[in-house]
Write a protein that binds this ligand. Sequence first.
Ligand code: BGC
Length: 759
Amino acid sequence: MKKLCLLSLAIALASPGAWAATADNKEAFVSDLLKQMTLDEKIGQLRLISIGPEMPRELIRKEIAAGRIGGTFNSITRPENRPMQDAAMRSRLKIPMFFAYDVIHGHRTIFPIPLALAASWDMDAIGLSGRISAKEAAADSIDLTFAPMVDVSRDPRWGRTSEGFGEDTYLVSRIAQVMVRAFQGPAPSAADSIMASVKHFALYGAVEGGRDYNIVDMSLVKMYQDYLPPYRAAIDAGAGGVMTALNSINGVPASSNTWLMQDLLRKEWGFKGLTVSDHGAVFELINHGVARDGREAAKLAIKAGIDMSMNDSLYGKELPGLLKAGDIAQSDIDNAVREVLGAKYDMGLFKDPYLRIGKAEQDPADLYAPERMHRSEARDVARRSLVLLENRNQTLPLAKTAKIALVGPLAKAPIDMMGSWAAAGRPDQSVTLFDGMRAAMGQQATLTYARGANITGDAKVLGYLNFLNFDAPEVVDDPRPAAQLIAEAVKAAQQADVVVAAVGESRGMSHESSSRTDLNIPASQRELIKALKATGKPLVLVLMNGRPLSIVDEKEQADAILETWFAGTEGGNAIADVLFGDYNPSGKLPLTFPRSVGQIPTYYNHLSIGRPFTPGKPGNYTSQYFDDTTGPLYPFGYGLSYTDFSLSDMALSSTTLNKSGTLDATIKVKNTGRRDGETVVQLYVQDVTGSMIRPVKELKGFQKLMLKAGEEKVLRFTLSEDDLKFYNTQLQYAAEPGKFNVQIGLNSRDVKQQSFELL
Ligand code: BGC
């Protein structure tokens, strides 16, 4: 075998770019190649650089040809990447480059933000969004995405809540698997697949106070039970890469954390792929205070098992000296290089370095051509992700013949519609709410528009949001006085049958580095809502935001509230579909909406306590805040429909479960209303008594189903011992005999319950 590999290597070296003759045995191939490499070439492979518009392309190509760069990110077209791959093919060993990008929720067609995808609870829709993202990205020469982001987030002050799939371990884990499989398709080596690099390993969503980049201090039980499973699920689904988190964990930064990167990831979980640091994270080990200087930072990171260092030059600068001084071993470098080469092998790049770059004559004449996009799929996925929070007096759906006043700073906001991390999406291709409603209404109806308010009246906040942005200010104020904007909107409202107000956050408010101390709609917009309410006209709020907002007042002021998150390229059409009843909303909240910041954390699956607050009973000496209503504004799993659903009592197939057996929970779901519709039936389990405190309930299954008006179906959920296992104080994963409650509901709060005994 060995001889064969050397032979194939020799053939490959003899003919430029002809890696087609490489061996099929990955390990032997990589080992043989490694033996041919100089130290410089090895270290070069560990360098992952960002390509910005300002970077000297000529110099980069020179570096690549000298074997000093392993991959790039942010260069995202075939004509950009081809010359770099050509340069790699001129290098001594012709090791191909890979090209990465943050393809998070779409590439050219932007799907709803991940939090919104989670709100669909629709695994097919989510998978479709991932598959299309991969196809579009691969067609633009991307080999790897820094996604999915599966950080469980339970503190909505954190701006990256928008980028994840919510607060629940089970739901996030399910989506993690779906996304990895969707990105990677049949294999990461397929021409229309991209490798998934799951992030941010680990626990990034639990940063203290929701402050980005902050510390995480957490018990091992909580980690294993609540925060680690989604990363594990992604890895078990075959994710080829793992990106480390920017936070520290119990006193050790993720990027220098040997326990995390070696003991847990590689030894315990058996991960065999590529690890990359997050942007500049190796250098930041100095700021964390665990490395004296760049030299020590590089040493800690490579020894911990960070294969590629993203966007710093520390590995290149420091590894040779560290090796010479005996501070690191040759095997530290070789192990990292082996993973980089292995990932390139898995991406199919040794067989064909131009697999996703293709031939120049096949380059798209127009990157933004409509036929390169997937609008109908994006529209369908988007409407599945919208959550109807309120609908008094059946204010929605709206009649297409109505006189509608559309107001609010987000009604005509193409950039915001795409949400943050919008990859190669273009605002001029995204459909605003105004455009979507206009198109849906036809000519008979009138749609008047008034801005009504700016996103924020706070100049400091505005400055921050625009500072974040790269090309041009994203949040552009209407310079007229606030009172004048409101007066204009009120006038429009007075002349209309119904008012639709598009309010919430600009996309930059729910982004990396955008932590907030309050969860209110900004004051400028709250003033607008108050004034609109005073007109007495029916008021529909279309919320756009990337995190839960505390909308206690707005809940009372509005007749209907539709949570639309940031719905993507086709957002305007999708929202219009729901507003006018062409699609019956079916989304459910993937995280709890608190009444106020002071209530955080409000996640539903908290541990049992000794003095729980019990609604309806005096609150004294129970766990509560005495100055506000106890409990969240909207519970996890909540969402309305234009029709009504009822649940029968639940039946269990037995009152006992043997360790090797299964138990069925069945329930009848009926559409009791007059419209067809979909809903999500959710199954929760509570381990009533255990060797340690267990959560009050935990999601263990769900089914999204469509029922015609009047239709009824029996749903069956099958439980086994596996669904009851948890990590005990010794970190053993096992189920304990005893009583379990099973709950089924259309949200996490209002449930039917039965009990059984695990024998
Ligand atoms: C983010 C990562 C991202 C990387 C590359 C970092 O700032 O934390 O999530 O993948 O940049 O764009």
